[in-house]
Design a protein around this ligand. Structure first.
Ligand code: ADP
Ligand code: F6P
Length: 331
């Protein structure tokens, strides 16, 4: 039976969100569902700000970064009153199913809404951080790795030319997925991640030991450290000055920042976005609700929303690879 489906994008935007919206619109049209796009994340739900979506609107969209529905954060949505207003607005448009593309914060918001709205709620993981439990990857993660690796390759050129130490800060909020993947793929010399961080002193000692040994063997060489954001007390500039002091060398800090959230999605993100969008629409009208659709071992899966914000561990084999090839004096 045809349903009214609403979709919104919320929290940190990620490359591939548009590809996901496209998949949802096309799959909904195929099933005869009506599809509405709420604008500006949960703000759109509160202000009844929406647009009707049809196939022509998503033509030529798969390769575009950002999100045509815009994203936002909405503190007010955390209140009971706001969730009640959102429920009234959804009912006023006869929405049967709400699809939320976002990160774990957005899924907490979806769960909060479910306490006040009886409709079906399905989350789709969209964040460059890949920090959502229950899915192997999140939409946007693969593109962010490419962007970070491409940038670190460029940093390496100038680092080599000057035989300098560079610190490159990557995003990840409180998770090291992006940092670990970017460091492995760019052959960084050292990586500092929230999951593996011990103490400032132990880390500095490890770096200096590795660097000293290298310099003894090979003379003055460039050295690249990937630093995940929010790990180092005092931030990247503090680490840069501590390293300058200990190594008596010039240290240049580079913050990659929001560049990592932009750009055309790589094919892995497009494919994931399409698979998850199509899978979410296949569940419309069923009794399945308050879940996120994800992909586990190459198969679509459904994960209760409250499981999605449990801590997701780094891949053991990635960590092992990092330990064998980086962060040690043989690297
Ligand atoms: P992300 O989805 O990228 O993790 P945020 O953590 O910023 O992003 O969350 C996005 C939005 O989700 C918030 O601005 C807020 O509107 C909503 N949200 C987050 N946590 C809650 C919560 N506990 N209750 C209700 N809404 C929430
Ligand atoms: O969650 C995605 C993310 O880009 C994090 O990696 C980063 O810490 C945060 O969002 C930045 O958020 P803002 O949009 O508020 O700058």
């Amino acid at each position: 039976m045809s349903k009214t489906v609403a979709v919104l994008t919320s929290g940190g935007d990620a490359p591939g969100m548009n590809a996901c919206i496209r998949a949802i619109v096309l799959a909904c049209e195929r099933e005869g569902h009506t599809i509405i796009g709420y604008l500006h994340g949960y703000n759109g739900l509160l202000n009844q700000e929406y647009t009707h979506l049809h196939a022509p609107r998503v033509h030529n969209l798969i390769q575009q970064g950002g999100t045509i529905l815009h994203s936002a954060r909405c503190l007010e949505f955390k209140t009971r009153h706001a969730a009640q207003r959102a429920a009234e607005n959804l009912n006023a448009l006869d929405v049967d199913t709400l699809l939320v593309i976002g990160g774990d914060g957005s899924f907490r918001g979806a769960m909060h809404l479910s306490e006040h709205w009886d409709g079906q709620i399905i989350g789709l993981p969209g964040t460059i951080d890949n920090d959502i439990n229950g899915t192997d990857a999140t939409i946007g993660y693969y593109t962010a790795i490419e962007t970070a690796v491409d940038s670190i390759d460029k940093v390496r050129d100038t680092a080599d030319a000057f035989e300098r130490i560079f610190l490159v800060e990557v995003m990840g909020r409180h998770a090291g997925f992006l940092g670990l993947s970017a460091a492995i793929a760019s052959a960084a010399d050292f990586v500092i991640l929230p999951e593996l961080f011990d103490s400032e002193d132990a880390t500095l000692r490890q770096i200096v030991e590795q660097l000293t040994e290298r310099r003894e063997q090979r003379g003055n060489i460039s050295y690249i450290i990937v630093l995940a954001e929010n790990v180092w007390p005092g931030g990247i500039n503090s680490l840069a000055s501590q390293l300058t002091e200990r190594t008596h060398s010039e240290v240049r800090p580079v913050i990659l920042g929001h560049v990592q959230r932009g750009g055309s999605p790589v094919s892995q993100d497009r494919i994931l976005a399409m698979k998850l969008g199509a899978h979410a629409v296949s569940l419309v009208g069923t009794s399945v609700t308050n879940i996120m659709v994800g992909e586990y071992h190459d198969k679509p899966c459904e994960v209760p929303l409250e499981k999605t914000w449990e801590t997701k561990p780094l891949s053991e084999s990635d960590v092992e690879t990092m330990k064998r090839l980086m962060n040690n004096r043989y690297a």
